[in-house]
Design a binder for this molecule. Structure first.
Ligand SMILES: NC(=O)c1ccc[n+]([C@@H]2O[C@H](COP(=O)([O-])OP(=O)(O)OC[C@H]3O[C@@H](n4cnc5c(N)ncnc54)[C@H](O)[C@@H]3O)[C@@H](O)[C@H]2O)c1
Length: 249
């Protein structure tokens, strides 16, 4: 069985994947601070502290980041950009075969954003493709695009396989109707991804034999604004859930 490191393992998606992938992989959790479960606590923005931590791993799922679309430049630089570089460099050094990176819908948010980072302007909506040019509306989006390009560089120059998943929206409740009546309702109805679907997307990303791939990770939502054809074709990801099924009638 493959040994898979998971950074940000104490976070929301990390908790979902620790549970959902543990039957298929030996999960090795990395967290920022000590946890009630077994993990290695490390600040990934510290290159010295990160040295040697991925020895013996086959793959790394890199979730650790500041996930806030309103996060400061200092935080993006430290927790998203430097930490991602350290994770990739340490993966290269330890001969890890594959890194799966948690990217975001915010890399293309300028095409669809309403009045705030959690709102969609429905008048702007159209089906976005993965190869449409980047259009970040936040330093967070910029930091994730930088992570994708660092991955491209490490894949191209160092033979590390790299898959970036542009994740939609997932929350602890696993229920898009929690956003009903809020400014983010339309955004969540388009971007929702269930725990079941996100687990499957990461499992497929671990298995796919591609040197470099960027794919969408959203559920099969009627109101999605992402064209899933390249994700179907290259990742073989066919999400099972649909945000609309959670709404009565
Ligand atoms: N939840 C979503 O809807 C969503 C959508 C798109 C992308 N993402 C991305 O998925 C990933 C996980 O998201 P989440 O919702 O689980 O977030 P989360 O905040 O629950 O988890 C992120 C974890 O990263 C850890 N971390 C941050 N900086 C660190 C550092 N310097 N060193 C070590 N650990 C550090 C934090 O301790 C935290 O537990 C993030 O990269 C986020 O940007 C999430």
């Amino acid at each position: 069985m493959s040994r898979v490191g998971v950074t940000g393992a104490e976070g929301h998606i990390g908790s979902v994947l620790r549970e959902g992938l543990s039957a298929r992989y030996e999960i090795v959790p990395f967290t920022w601070t000590e946890q009630a479960f077994d993990s290695m606590a490390v600040d990934l923005s510290d290159a010295t502290a990160t040295a040697g931590i991925f020895e013996g791993l086959d793959a790394v799922i890199h979730l650790a980041a500041d996930p806030s679309p309103t996060g400061s430049w200092e935080s993006m630089l430290q927790n998203n950009i430097s930490a991602t570089y350290n994770v990739l460099e340490e993966s290269r050094r330890a001969a890890v075969k594959k890194v799966v990176f948690a990217s975001t819908n915010h890399t293309q948010h300028g095409y669809t954003m309403g009045g705030s980072p959690d709102e969609l302007d429905l008048k702007k909506n159209f089906m976005l493709r993965i190869d449409d040019p980047p259009n970040p509306t936040s330093l967070y989006g910029v930091s994730k695009l930088t992570g994708e390009q660092l991955g491209r560089f490490f894949s191209r120059e160092h033979g590390l396989q790299f898959v970036a998943l542009r994740i939609g929206a997932t929350g602890r409740g696993d229920d898009p109707t929690s956003a009903v009546g809020s400014p983010s309702e339309d955004y969540v109805r388009a971007m929702f991804i269930s725990k079941r679907d996100i687990t499957e997307a990461f499992a497929l990303a671990l298995e796919v034999d591609k040197d470099f791939l960027v794919a969408y990770a959203v559920s099969n939502n009627d109101r999605r604004i992402f064209d899933m054809r390249s994700t179907h074709e290259y990742l073989d990801f066919y999400p099972a859930d649909n945000a609309e099924d959670y709404y009565p009638g």
